[in-house]
Design a protein around this ligand. Sequence first.
Ligand code: PEP
Ligand code: MN
Length: 353
Amino acid sequence: MVSLKSKKPLIISGPCSAETPEQLMSTCDELAQTGVVDILRAGIWKPRTRPGTFEGNGEEGLKWFADVKSKVNLPIATEVATSKHVELALKYGVDLLWIGARTTVNPFSVQDIADALRGVDVPVLIKNPMHPDIDLWQGAVQRIEAVGIKDIGLIHRGFSVYGSSQYRNNPQWHIAIEMRRRMGDMPMICDPSHICGNREFLLEISQKSADMNFDGLIVESHISPSDAWSDASQQLTPEDLKALLKSIIWRKQNDNSPKYLQALETLRSQIDGIDSELLEIISKRMSVASKIGEIKKDNNVAILQTGRWSEILDKMSKQAEKHNLSAELVTKILDAIHVESINIQNNIMNKKG
Ligand code: PEP
Ligand code: MN
């Protein structure tokens, strides 16, 4: 029986879609021979953006996948989007199910899947929803937990973007980090294939997830990527997958050597001190903003002064460079502080009496 915590890093790989018995068998056979893959993946039902494109082979594909499992002797995983998919996947011996990003967004679908999983003992991975709604992601986990599934994990596959950008799906790592914080020690694996949408940045994204202590990877691979019927530009040959995995440096979760622990403790106490100072300084700034609110009120002047605000942003972006800080970070921090100052001044302006 597969267990999501049985190995770290857990490596899942296989084609985006099971296209033909030959494509599935040859890809999986070569993957097994690399010796670096723990679980095979293949899409059986494909949620495609537009009708008229390849939507998977359904039950027929499951028969091929079951055949692969018995030949190459590795556990198999597929995406389920309905209760019917769950029933069929289990019938053909699929060892691990995942809920795709287009399904996580829909509580009706997730509940339908959950109902089919009641009383079943199978590990389930839940991808983040297409758009950055962390509560929806957490809600999906809760629905699956509520029917008694014990072995649950998360997949970070990035979030939809409108228009062109470096990645097919923006990683927005902070959302994945917050999700890990909320879900305690629930394993989280990264799907660099669907984040990147191409092969170019797979290593960079995979390494970043390893640096952030993710528990594994799900990567698409195909015997002949350029001929793939779906996601051709992001799949790797089994050989390239092996090379990718060999290049990733997986970090230790921790180190118990006294030298490391002492150095870490010293630096952490510095950070704690600096964080307190930051709060004191922000609080000081807010008291000055309140005083400005009072004099604006006395003189009946509007709160938002865009000229002054642009001046601050310009000046601080230049200073950011001198301090080796990115203009993006400084703008984000100032934005948050500015919004709070406006709220404070608004309260003062509209205070009765
Ligand atoms: C997939 O893994 O093939 C897939 C459809 O992914 P996602 O749900 O992340 O788009
Ligand atoms: Mn895919």
